[in-house]
Design a protein around this ligand. Structure first.
Ligand code: CMP
Length: 139
């Protein structure tokens, strides 16, 4: 089915000017960028976005990192978009990610792993609604 997923191009990737290269991977895989904006997340936004990880030892560092530079938040649309995007990203830890995946190609560390993608259609809907108004998504 045609789905939407939420994606973030993280500060390590925007710093290295990789937005276009990462977007090309999405587009070549058949995902359509139906919403996109470059923002500098506030600490509050990052904390709320990653609230599910609040009890993890890496939470504080993760929030600092996500606010360390601009990010590009996006809505990607396509066939099985959630799973497709997760295949394109590869494993969370770039050292464990498969060849050709975004995190293998560009990730710097388990934290600075270049991209975020929703883990389920339900999470995707919540993450999209957190960053985008309906009117900003143009399918
Ligand atoms: P993401 O897919 O955005 O979801 C949670 C993020 O936390 C993850 O990517 C990484 O950026 C970060 N993360 C996950 N595990 C660790 C870890 N063990 N140490 C540091 N950061 C982590």
């Amino acid at each position: 089915a045609i789905e939407r997923t939420f994606s973030i191009i993280k500060p390590d990737a925007t710093r290295r000017n990789l937005t276009g290269k990462i977007n090309a991977i999405f587009e070549e895989a058949g995902l359509r960028i139906v919403a996109q904006k470059r923002i500098w997340m506030s600490r509050q936004q990052a904390k709320t976005f990653y609230a599910v990880h609040a009890s993890r030892p890496f939470f504080h560092e993760l929030v600092d990192y996500m606010c360390s530079g601009p990010v590009v938040v996006q809505v990607l649309e396509g066939e099985n978009a959630v799973a497709r995007n997760r295949e394109l990203m590869g494993a969370t830890d770039p050292a464990k990610a498969a060849e050709g995946t975004i995190r293998k190609l560009y990730g710097e560390s388990i934290q600075a792993n270049s991209v975020h993608g929703s883990d389920s259609p339900e999470t995707a809907a919540a993450e999209i609604a957190y960053f985008f108004a309906g009117s900003e998504i143009v399918g």
